[in-house]
Design a protein around this ligand. Structure first.
Ligand code: SF4
Length: 196
């Protein structure tokens, strides 16, 4: 008999490995979508559609579409602007609180998140927030380091032809991802130059 768990999911590609490994551990995941951070709305809808298609056709996992409170995101998260540690903490808290609310409503005891697969997330911050929100809601936080499987998620999602976004979700992360890509490109160029 497997143990039911509510798994907050940020997108389809990031859900592949957590679902696989939680199932291997004896859990039976139900996915919860709550991501009012994703901008623009068309991008949000695209990521949700990709997740739902994969869950229905490949993983055979139920997806609960929970609240996406964009007003709350603008009020509590956006004012942190480019202060990424504070902004992401507030963003995780908003999304994981909603996931915990749904978990309580639906009678789950365990909760987890796919955010733990991405090396681009603030791992320790997200861990703290999940533990705190779960505790407050009377739930058990199932935090796992899925990051070693990130490259598998890239390979698997490409093989499935899934859309893969190149920024976390909010308008600030579009800028941050762009800067990181440029920095990486400059570093590579510099290294090439040194070796010539
Ligand atoms: S970078 Fe990602 S986690 Fe951080 S605030 Fe933006 S959408 Fe939320």
């Amino acid at each position: 008999m497997r143990t039911s768990i509510l798994l907050h999911a940020c997108c389809g590609p990031c859900s592949i490995e957590p679902v696989k490994y939680l199932c291997k551990e004896g859990f039976e995941p139900t996915i919860c979508w709550t991501n009012p951070n994703i901008q623009p709305v068309a991008e949000h809808d695209k990521r949700l559609a990709v997740l739902q298609k994969w869950a229905r056709e490949v993983a055979h996992v139920e997806v609960i579409v929970a609240g996406d409170d964009r007003e709350a995101w603008e009020k509590f998260v956006a004012p942190n602007l480019m202060n990424r540690p504070q902004r992401c903490r507030a963003c995780y808290a908003l999304r994981l609180s909603e996931a915990c609310r749904v978990a309580k409503e639906r009678g789950f005891r365990y909760i987890s998140t796919t955010l733990a697969v991405s090396p681009y997330q603030l791992f320790d911050t997200c861990h703290e927030v999940l533990d705190a929100t779960a505790k407050k809601a009377g739930l058990i936080s199932v935090w796992r380091d899925f990051r070693p499987y990130y490259s598998d998620s890239v390979t698997d999602s490409r093989a499935l032809g899934m859309y893969r976004q190149n920024y976390c979700g909010c308008r600030f992360s579009v800028v941050e991802a762009c800067v990181s890509r440029h920095e990486l490109r400059d570093t590579r160029k510099t290294k090439k130059h040194v070796h010539v």
